[in-house]
Design a protein around this ligand. Structure first.
Ligand code: FES
Length: 163
């Protein structure tokens, strides 16, 4: 199966990761800040990087793992080529977002918060996207799609992926 995952250039990223860790060496209270900054440059938090962070900040590896898994913002897998974020805020929820989520999960074969094995899709459920009047709303790589029904959401995903 071909993969849509982007190549990760560790030669470039490792010095940047080390620099961030050095900035906070021995400061366990900076864990969330460090996780944010490193995820920003890598795109996710691989196991080797979690170990480096734990050693650098002086926290247990288990703590790095538990903090990273507690916040849905952090990811252990690279994001897919198409990042689909469905709003589950109140306005979208009452207008049918849960049915749309079920349809998207079924189509992609993953649950919200996950990425398909071929690296094509990531699916996330998020809080209010600020377009409640157009609810239910989702974004596909930051492009908004509104007034969704399950069929329309699937069509939008299929159409974007063909382009
Ligand atoms: S609740 Fe979905 S956009 Fe506001």
């Amino acid at each position: 199966m071909s993969s849509a995952l982007p190549e990760i250039n560790w030669e470039t990223l490792n010095p940047q990761i080390n620099e961030i860790i050095e900035e906070y060496r021995g400061q366990p209270s900076a864990l969330i800040e460090v996780l944010h900054r490193i995820q920003e440059i890598v795109g996710f938090l691989p196991r080797d990087v979690q170990i480096k962070i734990a050693e650098g900040l002086g926290v247990a590896q288990a703590e790095v793992y538990s903090v990273s898994s507690f916040y849905s913002h952090f990811s252990f897998k690279p994001k897919g080529k198409y990042k689909v974020c469905l709003c589950m805020g109140t306005a979208c929820y009452v207008k049918g977002a849960p049915e749309i989520l079920t349809a998207l999960e079924k189509h992609m074969g993953i649950e919200a918060g996950d990425t398909t094995d071929d690296g094509m899709y990531s699916l996330e459920s998020v809080r209010c996207l600020g377009a409640c009047g157009l609810g239910p709303v989702m974004t596909i790589n930051n492009e908004a799609h509104g007034l969704l029904k399950p069929d329309k959401a699937l069509q939008s995903v299929k159409k974007c992926c063909k382009e």
